[in-house]
Design a protein around this ligand. Structure first.
Ligand code: HEC
Length: 129
C-alpha cells in the first residue's frame, strides 16, 4: 500500500535519473549498436535473463506461494505478477534509492550487471521471451 503515495513523490525523479543514465550510456558507445548489458549474448527477456535473477534473489520471499507471509504482500513469482508492480517501485527497491525499501531484504544488493539487465528489460518493454 505504501507505494501508492511514494510513486508521485519519487517516481518522476527516478524516471528522470533513469533517462539521464540511458542518455549517458548511449554516449559511451560510438562504434555500432550498443551491446546488451554486460555483453550478454541475448536480449534481456524475462524468460532468459530476468526470471533467473528473481529466482536467485527474490522468490524465497516473493514467490507466489510465500509472498503473503514472507514478502510483505508483494508477489514477484510470475511474469504477470512482476509486470503488475510499478517499475519505479521495483527499481527504487533494487537500486536501493532513498525512500524505498532496500531489496533483497537482509542480503547484499544485486550485482551491477543484474541491475542493468533488469533496467534494460524494463526499457525494452518487459518482453516475456
Ligand atoms: C528475506 C526476504 C526478502 C527478499 C529476499 C526480498 N524481499 Fe522484497 N520484501 C520483503 C518484505 C518483508 C517486504 C515488505 C517491506 C519490508 O519489510 O521492507 C518486501 C517488499 C518489497 C517490495 C515492495 C515495497 C513497497 O514499498 O511496497 C518490492 C518491490 C520488493 N520487495 C522487491 C524485491 C526484489 C526485487 C527482491 C530481489 C532482488 C526482493 N524484494 C527480495 C522481503 C524480501
Amino acid at each position: 500500500m505504501r507505494h501508492f503515495f511514494k510513486i508521485p513523490a519519487l517516481g518522476l525523479a527516478g524516471t528522470a535519473v533513469a533517462m539521464l543514465a540511458v542518455a549517458f550510456a548511449g554516449c559511451s558507445y560510438s562504434h555500432g549498436p550498443e551491446p546488451s548489458p554486460c555483453n550478454d549474448p541475448a536480449p534481456a527477456t524475462y524468460a532468459a535473463v530476468v526470471s533467473p535473477i528473481f529466482d536467485a534473489g527474490c522468490r524465497r520471499c516473493h514467490g507466489t506461494s510465500v509472498y503473503q507471509t514472507r514478502g510483505g504482500g508483494t508477489d514477484l513469482g510470475t511474469y504477470q505478477a512482476l509486470k503488475a508492480v510499478p517499475t519505479t517501485l521495483l527499481m527504487g527497491c533494487i537500486e536501493q534509492q532513498p525512500g524505498y525499501d532496500a531489496m533483497p531484504k537482509g542480503a547484499p544488493k544485486l550485482s551491477d550487471c543484474d541491475i542493468a539487465r533488469i533496467r534494460a528489460w524494463i526499457a525494452a518493454g518487459q518482453l516475456n521471451n
